[in-house]
Design a protein around this ligand. Sequence first.
Ligand code: NAP
Length: 267
Amino acid sequence: MFSKNARQLSSYIPKSRLEGKIAVVTASTDGIGLAIAKRLAQEGAKVVISSRKQANVDKALSKLAADGLRNSIVGTVCHVNKAEDRKRIFDEAKKLGGLDILVSNAGTNPEVGPLLECSENAWDKTFETNLKAAFMLAKEALPLLRERGGGRIMFISSIAAFAPVSLLGVYSVTKTALLGLTKVAAQDLAPENITVNCVAPGIINTKFSSMLTQEGPIQEEAMRNIPMNRFGEVDEVAGVVTFLASDDSKYITGETIVVSGGMQSHL
Ligand code: NAP
């Protein structure tokens, strides 16, 4: 049961916690977003996947079809910074019948270096994608969630929100701000049966984290901070997001769950 192999977790997936639910997941053609979309669909939801490139959307749709999820997933292009693209994902959700679950997952880190050497351009770009787009998506999702009498909003932050990673300065600042967005929005929306929660992954094996996970001195230094002595897998984040999307978490709002193998976050 308590296997050391994280990849075996998929054998414990409940099949119908999200039956009848409709979800939008941004940045979901690779990495954590793709794993979230897959897991939501495996648990019964219909899911709109998206990312900036049509070719990546097509590739992800084929992968998910090969996993037996062809009838549960639709896909479209959405660069989260573009209003017309965000409208398109919600239009896709409407075609499926509405919206119950929003997972705002896109994140960027265009410049690596100390915070106070960050260029204005990189500062703006990081805030635009990591924070403003998350806010806009939540705001634009609201009318649809209200039509369904409630729903779930989830933001993907990072362990860097709590324990700033040297050289990821502005990225850390935006990820900390997402915790604030979660708290404030959760207070406002709780009376409407809309929960707002956040997931903060540690270092998870994806393209995004390859700078830290490739063999070498940086990897060794990163590993020293992980009590479980391994990087996380995308499925381990997807499982937590799916719990927050399900009725099992219906009395939780305004919280951030850290998925980090024991990396320090808060008391
Ligand atoms: P990833 O493996 O690099 O996947 C990135 C996905 O996002 C791709 O589908 C990409 O497709 C899409 N994308 C990138 N920019 C986008 C944009 N502006 N609009 C829409 N789609 C976009 O990244 P990941 O590691 O899964 O990261 C996902 C989230 O987890 C991010 O918010 C990241 O900050 C957070 N996170 C990751 C880690 C980690 O260790 N991996 C740790 C903590 C937090 P296209 O190229 O087609 O757009």
